[in-house]
Design a protein around this ligand. Sequence first.
Ligand SMILES: Cc1ncc(COP(=O)(O)O)c(C=O)c1O
Length: 349
Amino acid sequence: VNFASDNVAGISPEIVAAIAAASTGTAAPYGDDALTARVESRCADIFEHQVAVFPVATGTAANALALASLMPPWSVVYCHEAAHILGDECGAPEFFGGGVRISGIAGNDGKLDAASLATALGQRGGHGVHHMQAAAVSITQASEAGRVYAAGEIAAIAEVARGAGLKLHMDGSRFANAVASLDCAPADITWRAGVDVLCLGATKNGAACAEAVVFFDPADAAEFAFRRKRGGHLLSKMRFISAQLVAYLADDLWLRNARHANRMAARLADGLASLPGIRLRYPVEANEVFVDLPDRVSDGLLAAGFGFYPRGGHGDRFVRLVTAFSTIEADVDAFVAAATALTDRPGVR
Ligand SMILES: Cc1ncc(COP(=O)(O)O)c(C=O)c1O
């Protein structure tokens, strides 16, 4: 049983079948194929908006290339201080952006809030050419703490961003989990709320390696094709990335997978929260559970072979547990049962 990440999971059978089906016959290379065209038309339907869509193979490439297309190299991107683009992409956004700066802002539950953003923007230096220029804001949906931004929260951030002439980027690595959690129209938490570009994740939710950069204003996408090629993400056999996305977005597979993963996370959270000495760090809204486990429980679970990354180190172990489309109830229940047995022992700490 492995809750280390949602990318320890395999591939949805529907997506495996779609890759196999795309392998018959020949197709034009470099994205000039029918499947790639279908990704864009399907996204236009789902988002109820004209879009320019570019498949890439990783979330890091999606974020870095999307941000780079929105701004010149002397720009600053504001985000939450725990954002993946700031701490977990080895400087890819700075590299592809030609030296842009990513600036982290504190906020509860992994979320940026409009007031803190306004304060940070108000503290910018006004020394013209001597200062880097604010160009964009990035938010992560669902957040790095597994919380979900409601449409109103995004709209408030967008209003501050737009007021300062900034673009709004969304890292939607777990976008499907957020839509499933909010039970909203995808448009409500993207362009209708003021998002300019979405990096729509699929890999964590059933694809093998597929993400889509979705621009809601095709004018913002003018340079993207060149940046993607130059960045090594224009796959010659693009149809196999696109086949994954077409299957992912067909018959609501993306939402069915996400709903299931979210349900498994809720089940895990409920089971753990009922145990003495175990505390959830954040409300569970998507497919991630952040929990403080007593050392003995954490060590015991790891020794028993359960997979997860302990994040803490001071006293109680702060642990992230991630469920996926393929998580089964028996796995969740086995984890909770093992944790129960460990907490039942006297002297738990
Ligand atoms: C919030 C978030 N954004 C982006 C990524 C990047 O995805 P990849 O590992 O495919 O580059 C991840 C992956 O862990 C993530 O959690």
